[in-house]
Design a protein around this ligand. Structure first.
Ligand SMILES: *Cc1c(COP(=O)(O)O)cnc(C)c1O
Length: 332
């Protein structure tokens, strides 16, 4: 076995111990005589896996009572629509346009209500988290806590007062400590930091449920999904199971607090190197640098391509920047 250092943002590397555990249980889970892939989602055995996965996530993120933890499908992209369908109620919402996914979220939301772009760094190629002005009468404020493609992150959450804060945490969930009580909704596609692609972690404050537009598909209704405990239809059973393995691994390794410390150190090593390098240059504003996605360039596209190619030959793969920005990106 010759595993490489895979710097892809997502689907991305999982802890080797998680993969090995999954491998050891792949053909026969416990004494069930079957793989988790073959289990009914309504079976006692699977419900035990599911409930423990939810309980472990609640522990890891210190999710207060009054919030529902769900696993849904359609990726974070489905949540761009679901958030607007469930929360907009014919009113308006503030969106902070801090990157490509933030922009995709607001374009999707425009189908369901009035979107106010409260701040944007689009004109500057999203190299920083923009300043913003919030509307007091918005139904919610939407942010992307970490901008995967441009390599920026919010160092401070917006103070939204009584307006619910909605966060796409796809690319930094469980990498740093967040106070969940500051959010109305948190969602994250699992493939960046948690599990294989195909499930979304969705955490919703209970009082925000039940106001969806009548056209909302039932699998996208927060209330209906919550009432059915994520089992309104067949969930991504295997993906949720792998997420559970990652949660167990995180808990065994000191939880999110320990991960945050490691992530700060890891990012600093790389940024310090880039800052001292005569060859490379970071592309994000230093104050807003992501701890997950480190974006950099040489300033010469041919040299960038050469670097990516030679790094791959050394077992450092997927260092090419996203196709819309070029350069390099190390998702760490
Ligand atoms: C990857 C990513 C998405 C898109 O996720 P899908 O699961 O592919 O829909 C959305 N938001 C952020 C911040 C991402 O990193």
């Amino acid at each position: 076995m010759n595993r490489v250092y895979n710097f892809a943002p997502g689907p991305s590397m999982l802890p080797l111990e998680v993969l090995e555990k999954v491998q050891s249980e792949l053909l026969c889970y416990g004494s069930t005589g079957m793989s988790v892939m073959e289990m009914s989602h309504r079976s006692k055995m699977y419900l035990e896996i599911f409930d423990k996965t939810v309980a472990d996530l609640k522990k890891l993120m210190n999710v207060p009572d009054g919030y529902k933890i769900m696993f849904v499908q359609g990726g974070a992209t489905a949540m761009f629509a679901a958030v607007a369908m469930n929360l907009m109620q014919g009113g308006k919402a503030d969106y902070i346009d801090s990157g490509n996914f933030a922009h995709n979220a607001l374009v999707e939301a425009q189908k369901y209500g009035e979107v106010v772009i409260a701040g944007s760094s689009r004109a500057d190629n999203y190299t920083y988290i923009p300043a913003y002005t919030l509307s007091p009468d918005a139904k919610y404020v939407h942010i992307t806590t970490n901008n995967t493609i441009y390599g920026t992150r919010y160092t401070q959450l917006p103070d939204t007062g009584n307006v619910p804060l909605v966060a796409d945490m796809s690319s930094n969930i469980l990498s740093e400590v967040y106070d969940v009580s500051k959010f109305g909704v948190i969602y994250a596609g699992a493939q960046k930091n948690v599990a294989p692609a195909g499930c979304v972690i969705l955490i919703v404050r209970e009082d925000l449920m039940g106001n969806e537009l009548p056209c909302t598909p039932k699998v996208m209704s927060f209330k209906k999904m919550a009432d059915a405990d994520s089992m309104l239809n067949t969930p991504n059973c295997f993906g949720i199971y792998v997420a559970g393995k990652t949660f167990e691994w995180l808990l065994a390794n000191g939880g999110v607090e320990a991960m945050e410390k490691i992530n700060i150190e890891k990012a600093k090593l790389l940024y310090d190197f880039l800052d001292e390098s005569a060859l490379f240059k970071g592309t994000a504003r230093a104050a807003d640098r992501s701890r997950m996605n480190v974006t950099f360039i040489t300033g010469d596209a041919d040299l960038d391509a050469k670097f990516v190619k030679e790094a791959a030959a050394q077992g450092l793969v997927n260092l090419k920047g996203h196709r819309i920005v070029g350069g390099m990106r190390a998702s760490i």
